[in-house]
Design a protein around this ligand. Structure first.
Ligand code: ADP
Length: 394
């Protein structure tokens, strides 16, 4: 099929109207980038005080999982994108059939939002990913005793590590989920990598340099992220080729974060794909020529793709709410980290902090890895997000 770049702006002869389902930090940063383009922006979200609310032209209060709310919101728009997968796909399908452009297409969203369908998609398309079994209820795990150690993952509703449970052996079966899930062979992980890929309506692609997530084994959370990843050139090529195949096979324009494991043998396996802008691409705002947010606007508005290459090496640290504090957020140590050379602060404007809540991130730029790592560690110590209320007991 011959698809041509469409210049939405020119085609519809007026300012295009693009909506975002969800109003969190991804929507917020997307809207910051939208300010550079001729576009009218809309957000649908339940919480009128959400991070994206005051940056869009029009805010609509509603539930992104509700058919009527999404349909009513979308009917007035030329295009829609998402910042989270748990949206009403049926409404998006109806809107698509009525001519609204959806990024990513609902057909791709259906595959990705369900981990069972996502794993089957990898298998059917010969995309390397860890072996898996499907379970409908917890009891099914007993049949797969020989398959352990494995990681049990809820088919839907999991997010940020919730809905993921390591089962080392039979003794852990009671920890498994009593709902449709995927049981995935435990991978002996050497590195976790994210590859962001952009693809436009004409099928042209842009690959960002892969980035590397460094985990803190004691806290079991992301310590910091490095861009570009320190991996052999051969591995980069393999990752790029697989990521490219994932997005081509999903058959939709949009921006994608394909997450990979590199195992101890150097083999590359897809963990999962996010069909949207992603936490692992936040450094692209300062560190790459065209950020992931800028890129998605180019795709949605039908403009030429931007340059994904990095200008300088970068690290990202997530800024999360301190343990023991809930309530109106208080930021301690902003001066200390802004004093550091080439450190950029992004606070998401969330009113309330909670232990472990993602409240912002800091990007560090430097050609020296030791400088990136040193600054990442000191930012984690110096910037504390607490609350104005007295410390709660946890
Ligand atoms: P989420 O979508 O909640 O981020 P993931 O599927 O990415 O969930 O899993 C969260 C983390 O669990 C991964 O980053 C990885 O560290 C670990 N993990 C997931 N799958 C496996 C696996 N098959 N083997 C080993 N570790 C895994």
């Amino acid at each position: 099929v011959k698809t041509r770049l469409f210049y939405l702006h020119a085609i519809i002869g007026k300012m295009p109207k693009i909506g975002i389902l969800g109003g969190g930090q991804l929507g917020r940063m997307l809207l910051q980038a939208a300010a550079n383009y001729p576009v009218q922006t809309y957000v649908l979200e339940n919480d009128p005080e959400c991070p994206a609310a005051h940056l869009c032209h029009e805010f609509y209060r509603g539930d992104i999982r509700n058919f009527d709310d999404v349909y009513r919101f979308g009917k007035q728009l030329d295009g829609i994108t998402i910042e989270i997968e748990s949206v009403n796909v049926e409404a998006l399908e109806k809107l698509e059939s009525e001519g609204v452009k959806i990024f990513p297409k609902p057909s791709a969203l259906r595959i990705i939002r369900d981990k069972i369908l996502q794993k089957q998609f990898y298998k059917e398309n010969d995309i390397p990913s860890a072996a898996f079994r499907i379970t409908e209820k917890r009891d099914d795990l007993k049949k797969f005793s020989d398959f352990l150690p494995a990681v049990h993952k809820l088919a839907s509703g999991g997010y940020d590590g919730r809905g993921v449970q390591l089962l080392e052996g039979d003794k852990d079966i009671h920890l498994g989920f009593d709902m449709p899930s995927v049981l995935e062979k435990k991978v002996d992980i050497h590195k976790e990598i994210s590859q962001i890929v952009a693809i436009n309506g004409a099928g042209q692609t842009a690959l960002y340099p892969p980035v590397e997530m460094i985990f803190n084994p004691i806290l079991n959370q992301l310590d910091y992220q490095l861009s570009p990843a320190e991996i052999p050139q051969q591995t980069t090529w393999r990752i790029e080729a697989i990521a490219m195949k994932v997005v081509k096979d999903l058959k939709t324009p949009g921006i994608f974060a394909v997450e990979f494991f590199i195992d101890r043998n150097g083999d590359v396996l897809v963990n999962e794909t996010a069909p949207r802008v992603h936490n692992s691409g936040h450094h692209t705002i300062e560190a790459n020529f065209s950020s992931q947010f800028d890129m998605l606007w180019r795709i949605m508005l039908g403009y030429p793709l931007g340059n994904p290459k990095h200008i300088v090496h970068a690290a990202i640290v997530n800024l999360i709410g301190c343990d023991g504090y809930s309530g109106e957020a208080k930021y301690e140590g902003i001066d200390d980290i802004l004093k550091m050379e080439n450190v950029f602060l992004h606070l998401y404007g969330k009113k309330e902090t909670r232990p472990g809540r993602k409240m912002g991130h800091a990007t560090i730029l430097s050609p020296e890895k030791s400088d990136l790592v040193f600054k990442a560690k000191s930012i984690k110590q110096k910037l504390r997000i607490t609350s104005f209320q007295p410390q709660t007991t946890v």
